[in-house]
Design a protein around this ligand. Sequence first.
Ligand code: HEC
Ligand code: HEC
Ligand code: HEC
Ligand code: HEC
Length: 234
Amino acid sequence: MRLRPAAMSVVGLLLAAATAMAAPSYEGYRKCGSCHRSQLDSWEQTAHARALDSLAPRARAEAKKKAKLDPNRDYRQDPDCVGCHSTGYDHEGGYDPKEPSKYLIGVGCESCHGPGSEYRLLHRKAGQSFEKKKQTAPRQQLAEAGQEFQFEERCNSCHMNYEGSPWKGAKKPYTPFAPKLGKKYRFDHAKAVRSEKAMHEHFKLEGVFTGPPVSSFHDEFQSRAKPGVSGKEE
Ligand code: HEC
Ligand code: HEC
Ligand code: HEC
Ligand code: HEC
């Protein structure tokens, strides 16, 4: 078959899209938060949002002493620490201690939901079709664009990453706050993921996206979700 130039450029575009999709990058919480206002406001109140502050000198001094860390030292640029206290460190578009971006400070939206450069465009497009024509879109395309729907492995990569962890992915740098330091540091995923104080409160979705994949707790969270406020992209 001979392709006409117009058809060729369509193929080219599809290839370019597929290549871009292979490596979505991190963008920071501002992009997400301009549309998802309610989740942003709620997340800003969490310990995740302020996780980088815990690396500052004199913050959490007692906890640091217990873990044999120096409470007077500034750990905010330490490669052994920042990976779990910021968003996307060591990944495309992620946190860089040498050029710190406010929107990548702390454990942000994309630390849990996945790097958003590709799927956020699909959110916008689907949101517009839904608004105009009540047309829904398959969730599957979001997963293919890098959006996370299972969460547990992502949580584990920070919370279960300690020396001697039963989690198979564990590797250095480990968290200094392993369960052997105290019961408080034991990570029970099923319990932790239900903590709205640690994630963010949940707000009712309109149902723009349908079908698999969904998390095992999605229906439960939506059944008691509040009405939310959404915004338009800035
Ligand atoms: C241009 C606006 C816009 C931007 C930017 C945006 N979203 Fe969305 N997002 C939407 C809309 C619209 C929906 C569908 C909401 C509904 O069904 O009520 C959605 C749905 C979602 C959902 C639920 C998907 C499901 O399972 O049904 C999550 C989670 C989400 N967005 C996270 C994010 C994150 C994280 C970012 C940043 C990387 C982001 N969004 C950026 C508009 C946006
Ligand atoms: C990028 C690393 C990272 C990821 C991913 C992550 N966390 Fe965390 N989490 C942290 C850090 C760091 C803290 C401690 C923040 C602080 O106090 O400075 C924390 C704190 C918490 C807390 C305690 C909050 C409090 O108020 O004491 C809970 C519960 C929690 N995380 C659950 C989860 C769950 C569930 C997931 C996955 C859905 C998750 N986390 C994903 C790094 C992460
Ligand atoms: C593998 C991921 C990871 C690394 C690396 C990491 N942390 Fe954390 N850190 C966490 C998690 C997860 C928590 C939350 C623990 C909890 O509450 O269960 C945390 C909590 C903390 C806290 C709060 C403890 C408390 O009880 O108040 C401090 C302080 C802290 N980390 C400092 C550091 C310093 C300093 C480094 C580097 C030497 C570091 N972290 C490296 C994941 C990590
Ligand atoms: C610590 C992990 C974590 C962080 C950080 C996080 N989320 Fe979520 N988010 C979740 C979990 C878990 C769900 C529930 C998923 C489900 O229902 O299947 C969720 C659900 C959502 C939903 C669906 C509707 C709802 O309220 O349940 C949206 C939209 C969303 N998050 C946006 C955001 C935005 C925007 C940010 C950053 C400002 C953010 N999230 C930060 C874990 C996180």
